[in-house]
Design a protein around this ligand. Structure first.
Ligand code: GDP
Ligand code: MG
Length: 172
């Protein structure tokens, strides 16, 4: 079975690695190393059907590089991550979203899920639920509030993306 290539994108420190590792290994890693970039494989059962995923947890520079461009070219589905505790990280998601459509030649049916992380840190919250709901519906994208630490809605993110990818890239 050919895996679906999923690319996890977002500003540094928003929780991309924590989200990815929670999904892949069902543990919470608290060691923040912004330079770690890794691809993971996992088979998931969604709606009674198995799908193989290759999830690329991107890292490094808070700037758009040719490497990121390459990842977007080869990616089939995208997890756009921002932190609910950091308003500025939401702008990065908007930017990445536009870059994806540009690189995919305006294909608006690219599978994308927008993810707000660190929902457990309610005292540090900067992004209102209504703000992101309004934005996500304007963008026409699915959105989840998650916590990798508490394991809130992490699975939902990847299941949503799997359903989108199955429908967008049906087996030939
Ligand atoms: P990345 O640079 O986007 O990969 O960010 P990391 O996944 O390394 O996370 C950055 C920091 O945020 C780390 O110290 C994590 O422990 C912390 N973090 C990530 N997700 C959560 C979460 O859901 N809740 C809390 N409280 N902290 C988180
Ligand atoms: Mg990371």
């Amino acid at each position: 079975m050919r895996p679906f290539n999923v690319v996890v994108l977002g500003a540094g420190g928003v929780g991309k690695s924590a989200l990815t590792v929670r999904f892949i290994k069902d543990i919470f890693v608290d060691t923040y190393d912004p330079t770690i970039e890794e691809a993971y494989r996992r088979t998931v059962n969604v709606d009674g059907q198995l799908s193989s995923l290759e999830v690329l947890d991107t890292a490094g520079a808070d700037q758009f590089t040719s490497l990121i461009e390459l990842y977007i070219k080869s990616g089939l589905g995208f997890v756009l991550v921002f932190s609910l505790t950091q308003e500025a990280s939401l702008k990065e998601v908007d930017y990445l979203r536009q870059q994806i459509y540009r690189i995919k030649d305006g294909d608006t049916s690219v599978p994308i899920v927008v993810v707000g992380t660190k929902a457990d840190l309610s005292n540090e919250r900067e992004v209102h639920a209504t703000t992101i709901k309004t934005l996500a519906s304007r963008w026409g994208l699915a959105f989840y509030e998650t916590s990798a630490k508490r394991n809130w809605h992490v699975t939902d993110v990847f299941e949503d993306l799997v359903r989108q990818m199955r429908s967008r890239y049906p087996p030939t």
